[in-house]
Design a protein around this ligand. Structure first.
Ligand code: ADP
Ligand code: MG
Length: 678
């Protein structure tokens, strides 16, 4: 039976069972779905067809007895000569002296290794079956450990397959399998373990990857169903005419993408389910206005709406903008941050509790203990990645179940958004408002700094403003401050007394920062030197230069965010990266920045350059890792799996239909294993 322990197979003693358990294999089922992570193509090639450093199999006759030489402690070299056609090839194995016994003069031998085309030698990696090579030419390579060897594992899989391979339950419903041309389970297992050709292996992999994503998505859907059921979400019957009236007052036409996401969000709010939606849009794509519209929707249904942002500067900027926007509309807006005076704070808290305030903007102060709401219907979290903690949980602990909209400009590829935030719905604003000036990005070395100065001077001459950013790099804040101060002094010296340069850094008091930020925003300050505090959200349309020092110290996502601070007005804008990267990766990052302005392209590249873990920081642990599938490379498969899994739950929420019985059993078994799904 599939549920039998691996110890029921012959040859599995205690040690090996332990070794298998370490690999996560305890049952026959586990073993059959323990797949190779890659394949070696051991095809025999003619010598003149082999490329240098290629891994190949050579087959020939042993023409000189193997010799083992020792050099250094525990280091050995085994040399053996094999004649292939008319060429004699020297094959060397390092540190595997026991292979000596495998070679007999005059015998035929097949060896696998790395070819050196110049010397006509092979660095041996393994000896395949000697004599009439019964070894398959195309073999899977498994992750193994010291108790479990490759060749033994392959034998064991064969044994299990012969015994129980016919009894594998079909997890993917027949109609879906037919529609997407997926293999049945037995063919997946056979094709993954025992493919004869690379084509067979990749066909099996295609189905196996889908299967993996599908099972994962089923778990997410089940989890989501659980939360939906327990969270009896709000129904927000907003006033569509009122929304239209608001939109009509805007000085611009909403983009197609903005309209699309407003509709998606409004539909969610109207539905009785609990909204938990992620809104992604590149910097400058116009997320704020979308937030304002949907918050107004909540207000028209007599609910309160809260907009939570990561910094006070940003909260104030949003407050100013939204107050202007809602001029003439029946909306009572308030601002609550850490630096709101005690008196104001008290009256705001009262207003929130009585329901007199409809619309509150602020930092995380908004969800602190003392804050009570009359009828909180919608919470919008701007730049959600900036908040470390789980907002939803905090809100729930306060007994609140508002609809939630999280906004982010960190362009997570949709693929990863689905996997990492699988419990959320995702809306994407995938176009920028028309008429945006392109941002020209250049990368210069430190010794070319003069070029940066020239650009800044020209732009200031045209009436523009400039950001100059230094990174937080040093261990101590003091050193970072020194770097910023140095740049500040340099720029002041170079640009002369008629140009007003200011310094903004993280250690300043909130009021000081605000004063400077406001002066910059009003055009009183022309050049703002800053540590990365301006990174998020701030809107200064007149700024046309973004100078970034030591740019290689920043991640691509962060550089892109910073760059997004300029190019928001009608003038052409410039981003200048100053960096002497220390490695190839740094060079690549600088180069790609100059090549594209597309945040999603950068995000994909970022992922490629540093692996998926880092993008999420704290979320790392929450990010599922797949055994076979690659969420980026196998994007389509993941997207289809999500779609299919959610359709199944939509059609058959209790999984009662016969074709979903296996799925139900699978989810139950997982629930049992984990205690519960969450
Ligand atoms: P982000 O998505 O980065 O938060 P913002 O919401 O700050 O972007 O919008 C950037 C700028 O674009 C703002 O000045 C905003 O008024 C403007 N904007 C937003 N939507 C449009 C549009 N449809 N057409 C023209 N300008 C727009
Ligand atoms: Mg924004």
């Amino acid at each position: 039976m599939l549920t039998d322990a691996v110890t029921t197979l012959s040859g599995v003693g205690e040690k090996r069972a332990e070794g298998l358990a370490e690999l996560g294999i305890t049952t026959i089922y586990d073993l059959l779905y323990y797949f190779p992570f890659r394949y070696d193509d051991l095809k025999v090639k003619a010598i003149d067809e082999i490329a240098d450093q290629e891994k190949v199999t050579l087959k020939g006759v042993v023409v000189a007895a193997p010799i083992v030489t020792r050099f250094g402690p525990r280091k050995t070299r085994l040399n053996v000569k094999i004649q292939i056609e008319h060429t004699v090839v020297l094959v060397t194995f390092f540190n595997q002296p026991w292979l000596q016994d495998k070679f007999e003069m005059g015998d035929e031998a097949a060896v696998y290794g790395k070819w050196d085309a110049l010397r006509h030698t092979l660095t041996g990696m393994k000896v395949l079956a000697t004599q009439n090579s019964e070894h398959p030419s195309f073999t899977g390579i498994y992750p193994v450990n010291k108790h479990v060897r490759q060749s033994w594992l392959v034998e064991l899989v064969k044994q299990a397959y012969d015994r129980d391979g016919q009894n594998l339950p079909e997890m993917i419903p027949d109609d879906i399998r037919a529609k997407y041309k997926l293999l049945p389970e037995q063919a997946i297992v056979a094709g993954m373990h025992f493919p004869q050709t690379p084509e067979q292996a990749s066909a099996a992999r295609r189905s196996a990857v889908f299967r993996e994503f599908f099972l994962f998505q089923l778990q997410l859907q089940a989890l989501r169903q659980q939360t939906d059921a327990t969270s009896n979400g709000l129904m927000i019957p907003y006033d569509n005419q009122a929304l239209k009236a608001l939109i009509a007052t805007l000085p611009f036409e909403l983009t197609r993408a903005q309209k699309k996401v407003v509709n998606e969000i409004c539909a969610d709010m109207k539905a009785p389910t609990h909204m938990n939606r992620l809104l992604q849009g590149d910097v400058g794509s116009g997320k704020t206005i979308v937030a304002a519209i949907v918050m107004y929707a909540a207000v028209t249904a007599r609910y309160q709406a809260a907009l939570m942002v990561p910094t006070e500067v940003l909260a104030e900027q949003h407050y100013a903008k939204l107050t202007a926007l809602f001029q003439g509309f029946p909306v009572n807006i308030a601002l609550l941050t850490g630096s709101t005076s005690t008196k104001d704070r008290r009256s705001i808290l009262t207003g929130l509790e009585s329901g007199e305030i409809d619309f509150i903007i602020g930092t995380h102060a908004l969800i602190q203990k003392a804050v009570n709401y009359h009828s909180l219907g919608l919470v919008v979290i701007d730049e959600q990645h900036r908040f470390g903690v789980n907002q939803r949980k905090i809100l729930q602990e306060k007994g609140l179940k508002p609809d939630l909209l999280s906004m982010t400009a960190t362009p997570i590829p949709r693929t990863l958004a689905i996997t990492a935030y699988g419990e959320m719905d995702v809306s994407i604003i995938d176009e920028l408002p028309a008429g945006r000036q392109p941002i020209t990005t250049t990368w210069i070395r430190k010794n070319q700094f003069r070029q940066a100065l020239d650009t800044i001077k020209t732009q200031l001459g045209l009436g523009g403003q400039a950001f100059a950013i230094t990174p937080l790099i040093a261990e101590s804040e003091k050193v970072d401050l020194q770097n910023a101060e140095q740049l500040f002094a340099d720029l002041q010296g170079e640009l002369g007394p008629q140009v007003s340069v200011a310094l903004l850094h993280g250690q300043m008091k909130a009021e000081e920062k605000d004063t400077i930020m406001r002066a910059f925003s009003d055009g009183e300050i022309q050049v703002l030197v800053s540590t990365t505090v301006v990174e998020v959200g701030v809107d200064v349309p007149n700024a046309t230069v973004m100078l970034i020092m030591d740019a290689d110290r920043f991640g691509l996502a962060q550089l892109h965010q910073l760059r997004g601070r300029v190019g928001r007005g009608h003038q052409a804008a410039y981003c200048i990266l100053v960096a002497d990267p220390k490695n190839e990766q740094g060079v690549e990052r600088m180069t790609i920045m100059t090549e594209t302005n597309d945040g999603f392209v950068l995000a994909e590249k970022d992922l490629e350059l540093r692996g998926s873990g880092e993008i999420f920081g704290d979320r790392q642990s929450g990010l599922p890792s797949f055994k076979l599938g690659d969420p980026v490379g196998d994007f389509n498969s993941l997207a289809v799996a999500q779609q299919v899994a959610s359709q199944i739950f939509a059609q058959d929420p209790t999984l009662a239909q016969p074709e979903h019985k296996m799925i139900q059993r699978y989810l139950n078994s997982i629930r049992q294993k984990n205690g519960s799904l969450d």
